[in-house]
Design a protein around this ligand. Structure first.
Ligand code: ATP
Ligand code: MG
Length: 449
């Protein structure tokens, strides 16, 4: 790699030598190290940046490793056969090693700067202008390349803007990030209001990092959120879906939920749920909280969590509310229930898109609730063999734990799955052969039909 001292922009960094920080090479993914060393061998600068550096300094295991470089996406693409360029708003190169992807981004510059080309040294002044903002200040494209110090200032929060180099194992701090890391602060780089306007998703990112790290959002960074929350309405439902999943399925959903509930962002992301929570039964709200603690516990044990289970829980309060309003008594395959279920999913779909396979599975979990609580000899085995049985059974256990009286149905299915043959036989004998017909209410004698 060329000399660090010659990297344009380096003069504004505080450089922390190896002895004064806690990052150790052995905690870095060998694939990320490979990317760094190949960039260096080809004459480029390459740094580990973002969440990877932040989490290593906090003694946590990073979720993934991101690399920032002065090589353009095309140059990176040529160095790694196993890579492809993705994204339009930000062009990024994904270098794939089996299941691990290392994201490589080219240093970004401030978009408002003019294109300057230094004839003698084009790379030093590399500013390929391809940025656009709409009239609200939203960045719709941001591919202006720049220097490392500018790249640091284009990042969202100070703690996400630390760079690590394997050349001398130094850490580079451009915005007093280490101090915020020590005092547990999430602080926006630059003017928070302006940076939220450029990309309103940063409001959700602040909340996510606060939940994940247990850090506080600094006062100036938190202040504009309430009044700008509506800007999230301009973000595509597909991007909001990704953010929602990140918020609730990475191991700290309980605290993310509490933070969201107390923020101005709740209606921008989950309006149907938060509106229903104001009118719902205590056990419906409780189910949501239990679903989050359950999810966090599963992730801590490295067990899989599925987005459709999360949506089944998140949309449970609005589903139940709409059922009460429509006087629909049971979760089953009746046309009325299926219509209400689809309607509930469609309403949320306006905020965060829900991929078809997820909404389909979510509806199956709800629909199976009826078959789990109203059992007949004829249907139990088909229910047990349903591909969504396990998720629906877990959901049933959650409902009972939340306080719904379901006639010990959870216990029934636990014994039916895991008990011995005699126990199962007894359970079957206790069931009606077919579903009992609902008793019609008798009309008082003499009343009109
Ligand atoms: P995680 O642990 O969730 O991966 P992360 O900080 O690595 O957290 P990423 O979404 O992987 O987050 O992004 C990598 C880095 O890119 C961030 O640390 C930040 O520096 C920068 N970044 C990502 N999204 C934005 C954004 N919307 N605005 C500004 N900078 C961003
Ligand atoms: Mg990351």
């Amino acid at each position: 790699m060329p000399e660090l001292a010659e990297l344009p922009g380096i003069e504004s960094a505080r450089i922390i030598p190896r002895e004064e920080h806690s990052i150790s090479r052995k905690d870095i993914s060998p694939h990320a190290l490979k990317v760094l060393s190949r960039l260096a061998a080809s004459g480029f600068y390459g740094f580990l940046v973002g969440g990877g550096v932040r989490d290593l300094l906090l003694g946590e295991k990073p979720k993934d490793f991101d690399v920032a470089t002065n090589a353009t996406p095309e140059e990176v693409r040529q160095l790694f056969r196993n890579s492809r360029v993705i994204g339009r708003r930000f062009r990024i190169v994904h270098v794939r090693f089996g299941r691990e992807i290392i994201e490589v981004t080219t240093f970004r510059g401030a978009p408002e700067k003019q294109l300057t080309v230094d004839e003698k040294s084009p790379r030093r002044s590399l500013k390929h202008v391809d940025a656009a903002q709409n009239e609200d200040g939203l960045m719709v494209r941001d591919n202006v390349y720049g220097q490392i110090d500018e790249d640091a200032r284009r990042r969202d929060f100070t703690i996400n803007a630390l760079y690590y180099t394997t050349d001398g194992f130094k850490l580079l701090d451009f915005c007093n990030a280490l101090s915020d890391l020590k005092t547990h602060q999430i602080r926006m780089i630059g003017d928070p209001q302006e940076r939220y306007r450029e990309d309103p998703v940063r409001m959700l990112r602040a909340l996510r990092f606060s939940a994940k790290l247990g850090f506080e959002i600094s006062d100036e960074t938190a202040a504009p959120v309430e009044s700008l929350s509506e800007l999230l309405g301009g973000i595509s439902p597909a991007r909001l879906f990704d953010e929602l999943i990140k918020l609730f399925s990475t191991g700290y959903s309980q605290s993310a939920y509490q933070l969201l509930r107390n923020s101005g962002l709740k209606h921008a992301l989950l309006a149907p749920t938060f509106e229903a929570l104001e009118h719902c039964q205590p056990e419906e709200a409780r189910l949501l909280e239990l679903a989050f603690s359950n999810t966090d516990a599963r992730i801590a044990l490295e067990k899989a969590v599925t987005p459709y289970f999360l949506f089944a829980a998140l949309l449970w309060p609005p589903l139940r509310l709409s059922m009460r309003q429509a006087d629909c008594g049971s979760l089953d395959s009746s046309t009325q229930f299926l219509r209400l279920a689809s309607q509930t999913l469609a309403e949320q779909n306006q905020f965060t898109s829900i991929p078809k396979r997820i909404s389909y599975a979510c509806r199956e979990i709800w629909e199976l609730q009826g078959r789990l609580t109203t059992r007949t000899r004829q249907t139990v085995d088909a229910t047990l063999n349903h591909p969504r049985f396990r998720a629906a059974y877990d959901f049933l256990l959650l409902r009972e734990a939340a306080g719904e009286a379901l006639g010990d149905s959870g216990e029934w299915w636990t014994v039916y799955q895991f008990g011995d043959d005699i126990q199962k036989q007894e359970l079957i004998e206790g069931l009606p052969k077919t579903r009992r017909r609902r008793q019609r209410k008798r009309r008082p004698a003499g009343s009109n039909p």
